[in-house]
Design a protein around this ligand. Structure first.
Ligand SMILES: [Zn+2]
Length: 585
């Protein structure tokens, strides 16, 4: 199947390339070019050039370049034909195919979107006019979501019926299933997926409806208060942000986006005139979400209880800050309320919570200090430990030192340098993939971990008695090690279990040519890990702990000798395991 050359040129010239790219990237005119932040790599100063005369773009940061079709292919993850069809649909151009018809995927996608659009409209009309939607209308009115709000967000009502939507739309059962609107029940009958729920259509950033969230009315016996469409050919949760279609223009202007957890939070913000809010749809914020955000803004304000997500979330946020060059802050929502409620009860406070948003680390430290009373030397010492642990999650040493000296002041500790030293000694973790390319790159520790993994895939048994996951400082290396261990070097299964970032690392490990003595390398890693742990140990602990630590210090020194005893290795691995489980507990 192919599209005629004439049509391709018609689509290419239907609008200037800057207009197409401007839908994804905020562009500013710079002489004869347009300039913006590259959507393909993280950057803070624009190096992404677009030129209408030649119809080309080029990034001087990462080298990405091409024409309008290449751009659509990259940004929408489509093939060439898909990119032509995508742009043709936007420009209202009908294509002539030299062989075959439109690509089947594209055609199918379009049909699915059509069915979704009809479902949105049907549910919406039902809410506005049907007698059985009276309770729903009253509920929405009580929450300030009736009338214009319901119209703007195209809210709907799914009646308390088995198959009202299926009958009304009269689409094929495959179609209804692929849209997540209906399924075949145990008696072989087609049944609607949503029943007796207020419907919130979820739109892509380009404005097409791809899914629904449904909420029961108060008093319902249904245990699931919220229900979301399952993922489908047109809907990927981790790449969809509710409200982005309405917010994007303002987000670009302000270079800032506010991320909430629920639809009603977004609507709440919109109702008080704040149009930069979006929501994840029943999932945690993912890297794909942040990549999507990065196309529009550099500053992200989290308007939910980010502390509840804990240390794992903190590590991801810092990683994104570094890798994708976004800045993550946290809104100071008062009294544990969500934005949807605050929009009604305290709109000014809600707006202030966004403008007074704190750096993520400051937020975490403050919350940890507030969570316990500090009224004795012991409680002060515990508070110090907790806060130090949080500060140590941050990858940047200068940032850590700053926070540590602030912390000493806050807690009234005179020996500021002692506190600062506690965060000083934490080795900087090297997370970016560039630094992990192999033995020639600069990060010595990173290399040692990489080499260890490469040795492991060559000779599983040579490695596994010598190291455990605790010796890996880098989280990604650690994940790869753990997964290889679980699957006993079955690379295929390990790969299937890993996240994309770890998959990428594994793919490099699997082609790395390294030589080395697994035992020697392993002992080096172990020694570094034990020293690292000892360095960040509490100074004023019990006599038993001090005695044990002294023994560990002697054992770790023995690792430098020519013949290392297996018992020392085993002891130290066990100690590392104990220490890190104590931290997690
Ligand atoms: Zn770039």
């Amino acid at each position: 199947m192919a599209i005629s050359e004439d049509d391709i040129e018609r689509v290419r010239t239907a609008q200037p390339i800057s207009a197409v790219i401007g839908n994804y990237v905020a562009l500013k005119r710079a002489g004869r070019n347009f300039l913006g932040l590259c959507p393909f790599h993280g950057e803070k100063t624009p190096s992404f050039n677009v030129r209408d005369e030649t119809g080309r773009y080029k990034c001087f940061g990462c080298g990405a370049s091409g024409d309008v079709f290449k751009f659509i292919q990259e940004v929408e993850r489509m093939d060439f034909v898909g990119s032509v069809e995508h742009l043709a649909a936007k420009a209202g151009i009908t294509l002539n195919y030299t062989t075959g018809g439109p690509s089947r995927d594209r055609q199918r996608n379009k049909e699915l979107l059509d069915v979704m659009e009809r479902a949105v409209e049907w549910y919406h009309q039902r809410l506005l006019t049907a007698p059985d939607a009276k309770d729903a209308r009253e509920y929405l009115r009580s929450r300030g979501l009736a009338g214009d709000v319901a119209r703007q967000f195209r809210l709907g009502w799914a009646p308390d019926d088995w198959d009202a939507l299926s009958k009304a739309l009269d689409a094929s059962s495959d179609m209804m299933r692929d849209c997540g609107l209906a399924f075949t029940n145990s008696r072989g009958r087609q049944q609607d997926s949503f029943r007796a729920r207020v419907m919130f259509p979820i739109f892509k950033e380009s404005g097409e409806a791809v899914a629904f969230g449904g909420r029961v009315l108060p008093g319902s016996k249904d245990p699931a208060k919220y229900k979301n469409s399952a993922e489908s050919k047109i809907y990927a949760k981790s790449k969809t942000l509710y409200g982005l279609n309405w917010a994007k223009a303002d987000v670009v202007k302000a270079d800032e986006i506010v991320v909430c957890e629920g639809y009603t939070d977004v609507i709440g913000f919109q109702r008080i005139g704040f149009t930069r809010a979006v929501a994840t749809c029943g999932t945690a914020l993912t890297e794909d979400h942040v990549r999507l955000i990065k196309r529009f803004a550099n500053k992200v304000v989290l308007a939910f209880d980010a502390d509840a997500a804990g240390q794992g979330a903190a590590e991801r946020f810092y990683e994104w800050e570094k890798k994708l060059a976004v800045q993550v802050k946290v809104a100071r929502l008062s009294g544990g309320k969500d934005p949807g409620d605050l929009a009604g009860s305290d709109p000014e406070g809600l707006l202030a919570s966004v403008s007074d948003a704190e750096e993520f680390l400051a937020f975490r430290v403050r919350r940890s200090l507030e969570s316990n009373k500090i009224d004795t030397p012991e409680s002060k010492s515990r508070a110090l430990e907790r806060a130090i642990a949080i500060i140590n999650e941050h990858p940047n040493e200068i940032v850590r030192r700053d926070y540590a000296s602030q912390l000493a002041q806050t807690l009234g500790i005179k020996e500021v340098e002692d506190v600062v030293r506690r965060v000083d000694q934490r080795l900087d973790r090297k997370m970016s993939r560039i630094e992990a390319t192999g033995p020639t790159s600069s990060g010595v520790r990173e290399n040692a971990e990489f080499v260890m993994l490469a040795l492991m895939v060559n000779d599983f048994d040579a490695v596994t008695g010598i190291v455990s996951e605790e010796v890996f400082l880098d989280e990604v290396h650690r994940r790869v090690f753990r997964t290889l261990l679980t699957h006993h070097n079955d690379f295929k299964r390990a790969e299937a279990d890993l996240d994309p970032e770890a998959q990428e690392l594994l793919s490099r490990v699997l082609v790395a040519s390294v030589e080395g003595d697994a035992r020697k390398e392993g002992i080096n890693l172990l020694r570094a890990a034990v020293r690292r742990e000892l360095a960040r140990r509490v100074t004023n602990t019990s006599p038993e702990v001090i005695t044990r630590d002294r023994g560990i210090r002697q054992q770790v020194e023995r690792l430098s000798e020519r013949d290392v005893a297996d018992s020392d290795v085993t002891d130290l691995l066990a100690w590392l395991y104990d220490v890190s489980s104590a931290v997690e507990a």
